[in-house]
Write a protein that binds this ligand. Sequence first.
Ligand SMILES: NC(=O)c1ccc[n+]([C@@H]2O[C@H](COP(=O)([O-])OP(=O)(O)OC[C@H]3O[C@@H](n4cnc5c(N)ncnc54)[C@H](OP(=O)(O)O)[C@@H]3O)[C@@H](O)[C@H]2O)c1
Length: 309
Amino acid sequence: MTDKTFPLNNGQTIPALGLGTWQSDPGQVKTAVSYALQAGYKLVDGAYCYANEDEVGEGLAEAFAAGVKREDVFVVGKVWATYNTRVELGLDKSLKSLGLDYVDLFLVHWPLLMNPDGNDDRFPKLPNGERDIIWDYNHVDTWKQMEALLGTGKTKAIGVSNYSKKYLEELLPHATVIPAVNQIENHPSLPQQEIVDLCKENGIHIMAYSPLGSTGGPLFTAEPVIKIAEKHGVKPSTVLLSYHIPRGSTVLAKSVTPTRIEENKKLIDLDEEDIKLLNDYSDNLVKEGKVVRYVYPPFGVKFGFPDKP
Ligand SMILES: NC(=O)c1ccc[n+]([C@@H]2O[C@H](COP(=O)([O-])OP(=O)(O)OC[C@H]3O[C@@H](n4cnc5c(N)ncnc54)[C@H](OP(=O)(O)O)[C@@H]3O)[C@@H](O)[C@H]2O)c1
């Protein structure tokens, strides 16, 4: 599956499968990135907030030294919420850490502003321990700065992440450049179909994060996932990653374990019966109000997701 791509709305293509790097610890992530790229992965998803971009950069350098070509790798970065009024500075810091002169895609990580002058570069807090948020902020202003980045050559495409339908509907009327991507949590327990459909209507590609349910893969035990895995003689992880390809989405799988990085490349074609089983499972969770969101930092901001009022 490492060679499959999807088109983006700016004429670029994006690989269908990528390596995630969130919570990939120093001491592990260099090897993971280098191993994955030499094993054929073509996309690496990173972010300033993950505080490991230096080591991701070392992994990229190692892979390039081993013969992987920069132009064959799709590198994704994200501007962190303390830099949402200083987007180019955020990108410059990431490029320096990564050892690159451009990324292929740069995303707004979350549509909020945390205090750029607060007591921490990434997670500033107030004396009472709450996150130090600047409430007088409009995410459209960040998008205008993102649009200006395209003229610098420091990123080939721009997009958003963690945008609900509500936030997209606020953004789109003001966008000169339509986001190429919306990177969201997506799996059978959180289908977010209203966002996926709106993105499709507007030519915005979905990148699915936490496809296994994030740390430890809690979705491995979901009943339809086990059933489909047994039917095809594959692991539940393979079913969960394969789910995104017929949805037309790129899927990000994080692992620092070489055997799993290898295993996660081998996606299968789910048949109609499998897709129906997974969609019925999702529909029931939505109907019963039981969808599960694994990644929701305690910002205290209402992002407009139906399951997080
Ligand atoms: N835009 C955003 O706000 C956002 C938020 C979350 C994530 N993301 C991106 O999406 C990526 C993926 O999401 P995620 O990291 O939350 O979680 P994930 O990919 O759903 O799951 C990662 C977990 O599954 C384990 N794992 C991976 N492959 C496995 C396999 N074949 N068998 C058994 N266990 C396996 C990993 O363990 P080991 O690593 O120990 O092998 C790790 O504990 C992130 O790394 C990040 O790049 C973006």
